[in-house]
Design a protein. Structure first.
Length: 112
């Protein structure tokens, strides 16, 4: 997952995954964003999702790859792989977020 240049959360997935099915059925979604550190901060983000698939998803998946990993050595190969793998792109327009959790366990559970 990442953020596109419009500030939307972007997630590559497959049509049969629960997240894709759920976003199609009910586009009001929440996304839990975790820090890289185990037990680190995390936030819940709420927004409206859209699912792009087929040819409509190919160029947005190129943009997704660029924001996550940079340039691909062969964009035509990447585009064909996205079609062959039947990839979808879920885009979430952020409407609100919170709370931010500090992670970890409450002290009374650790100490006592």
């Amino acid at each position: 997952m990442g953020l596109d240049v419009q500030g939307r959360i972007v997630i590559a997935s497959y049509p049969q995954r629960a997240k894709t099915i759920n976003a199609r059925r009910q586009p009001e979604v929440s996304v839990c964003v975790l820090s890289d550190d185990f037990g680190g901060e995390w936030a819940q983000i709420y927004g409206a999702a859209e699912v792009l698939d087929g040819q409509d998803a190919v160029e947005p998946l190129v943009d997704y790859f660029r924001v996550i990993s940079g340039e691909h050595p062969d964009w035509n190969e990447y585009r064909q792989a996205m079609i062959d793998q039947d990839k979808v792109l879920i885009r979430v327009v952020i409407e609100s977020w919170g709370p931010v959790s500090r992670g970890g366990f409450p002290a009374h559970l650790v100490d006592g």
